[in-house]
Design a protein around this ligand. Structure first.
Ligand code: FES
Length: 263
């Protein structure tokens, strides 16, 4: 680059940015979608009701750990817990998504305007990246990976339960309804999102210096790398998937809709 070109690149931009396209559309959509999701999940989790419509359990309440659950997955919290059971587990997906590398980019751009788009200046004057509190805490993402995997395992257990329908005589019968497919799709999407995590990629072999000494880990790393390329997509569709799965179970439990039973 010539020195003239460098001067042209560095010259101050008079009105914040010279971009004339709709660069603000993406941050606006992120604010609307993420904001709506946060409002809906907060309401659904604090409600503490309508999260189970046999044999379906809302993913916002899984695993259900307290004795006051409508459908207990793992009874490790006694009757002393009287608040909504969702509060016992919500910190896992919240912590995992909030510290996710992709979501960080999305909400830094849209909520903090840091920066809102390429070639658009930051809203804040100073820039310290993630070197100071509280953003320094984003480094704990890798530790959230493990409880997030546990939650996904429980969600697959819920899918198995979603094939077991209660009968009039008090037993259970094998069957499949639309809710079964909804929970199955949700678990699959959350699995893709979780296993395509940057930390999962590192864990499988990202730290290796010589792949030829670990061919199995190389194959695994290669698969996760392919999935990791679509991590942003999985982040969004799993977000919609989990909200829709909760909504489906909630509407069933409230008696607003009827499940479609295939057999
Ligand atoms: S980087 Fe997104 S879940 Fe780990």
């Amino acid at each position: 680059m010539t020195s003239e070109a460098v001067r042209a690149v560095r010259r101050p931009v008079p009105q914040g940015t010279e971009r004339r396209d709709t660069w603000w559309l993406e941050p606006l959509i992120v604010v609307l979608v993420l904001g709506s999701f946060i409002i809906y999940t907060t309401w659904a989790m604090l409600q503490g009701a309508y999260y189970h419509a046999a044999p379906y359990l809302s993913p916002f309440y899984s695993p259900c750990l307290a004795a006051n659950c409508a459908h207990v997955s793992l009874p490790i919290i006694g009757t002393w817990w009287t608040l909504t059971p969702a509060l016992l587990i919500f910190w896992i997906p919240l912590g995992f998504r909030t510290t996710c590398y992709y979501y960080r980019k999305a909400y830094y751009r849209s909520f903090f305007w840091a920066p809102p788009a390429c070639a658009v200046p930051d809203a804040a004057k100073g820039y310290s990246g993630e070197t100071r509190f509280p953003f320094l805490l984003q480094n704990i993402h890798r530790y959230f990976f493990w409880p997030a995997v546990l939650v996904v395992i429980f969600l697959w257990w819920d899918v198995i339960q979603a094939f077991r329908f209660p009968t009039a005589s008090g037993g259970v019968a094998f069957g499949m309804g639309l809710g079964t497919l909804v929970l199955l799709a949700n678990s699959a999407l959350l699995s893709f999102y979780t296993l395509s995590c940057h930390f999962a990629r590192h864990l499988c072999g990202g730290y290796l210096n010589q792949f030829h000494r670990a061919p199995l880990r190389y194959r695994l790393w290669h698969i996760i790398t392919r999935a990791n390329e679509h991590h942003q997509l999985y982040a969004w569709i799993s977000l919609f998937g989990v909200a829709l799965a909760d909504l489906y179970v909630r509407l069933l439990a409230m008696g607003i809709i009827q499940d479609v039973r295939f057999f």
